[in-house]
Ligand binder design. Structure first.
Ligand code: ADP
Ligand code: MG
Length: 240
């Protein structure tokens, strides 16, 4: 689904990604962990063309992202994204937030879009909030709306950048539950997270990033219980 070869990313003179190689297979759930500033968000943003790549190759579902003929918008409709900040449109009702992209980008007829978006709200447990405005919802509910909104474009894969980091602790679980359900349905997922319980339980593979490289990767049990690198062990010691 995603192939990354020797990915480098520089901001001015600062090299933030220093040669990343990675493959993500269909239906795989890959969690990315690592210290703040290690390049996790930058890596994720390169997968969705939010950041141009300095060097190397990123291929998403057959689209070579740096090839001139690649249409950014086509790629973006295939890749759903959820950020730490929910970024909902505050002046639109929940259902309107979901329907906007399918209506405008995909030109889905209103009735079909509405039906599909209501189904998605039901899936994330928020059917009864369809006509509310984002501010009327809790953070956890807003993030579930953001996930449903991303799903409304019927993406082939989903990228999450610390989706629960801005939430009060008691609201984290409901968002992780929705993500877990999505994983169980076979969605391909790339998740930057500090939720080690989620990574351990749901990830097929965990990548540990530090200073712009993938230091180590493995099955969650292996990486958490028996890290091969001192840097991984040191990071896990700090957070677990
Ligand atoms: P993480 O998500 O792991 O915390 P980031 O990818 O956000 O790390 O950032 C990695 C490094 O890149 C940091 O040193 C950050 O300051 C730098 N960086 C990120 N985005 C930009 C940008 N737009 N311009 C300059 N430097 C940036
Ligand atoms: Mg980040």
């Amino acid at each position: 689904m995603i192939t990354v070869k020797n990915l480098h990313k520089q901001f001015g003179d600062t090299e933030v990604l220093k040669g990343i190689d990675c493959e993500i297979h269909p239906s795989e759930v890959v969690c990315v962990i690592g210290p703040s500033g290690s390049g996790k968000s930058t890596f994720l943003r390169c997968l969705n063309m939010l950041e141009p790549v300095t060097k190397g190759e990123v291929i998403v579902d057959g689209h070579h992202l740096s090839a001139p003929e690649t249409d950014i918008n086509t790629v973006r409709t295939e890749v759903g994204m959820v950020f730490q900040q929910f970024n909902l449109f505050p002046h639109k009702r929940v259902i309107e937030n979901l329907m906007l992209a399918p209506r405008v980008v995909r030109r889905v007829p209103e009735k079909d879009a509405k039906e599909r978006c209501l189904n998605l709200l039901e899936k994330v447990g928020l059917y009864d909030k369809a006509n509310e405005y984002p501010q009327q919802l809790s953070g956890g509910q807003q993030q579930r709306v953001a996930i449903a909104r991303a799903l409304a474009m019927e993406p082939k894969m989903m990228l999450f950048d610390e989706p629960t980091s801005a939430l009060d602790p008691e609201l984290v679980g409901e968002v992780l539950e929705v993500m877990k359900q999505l994983a169980n349905e076979g969605m391909t997922m790339f998740v930057v997270t500090h939720e080690m319980g989620f990574a351990r339980e749901v990830a097929d593979r965990v990548l540990f990033m530090d200073e712009g490289v993938i230091v180590e990767e493995g099955r969650p049990n292996q990486l958490f219980s028996n890290p091969q690198s001192d840097r991984t062990a040191e990071f896990l010691n700090k957070i677990l």
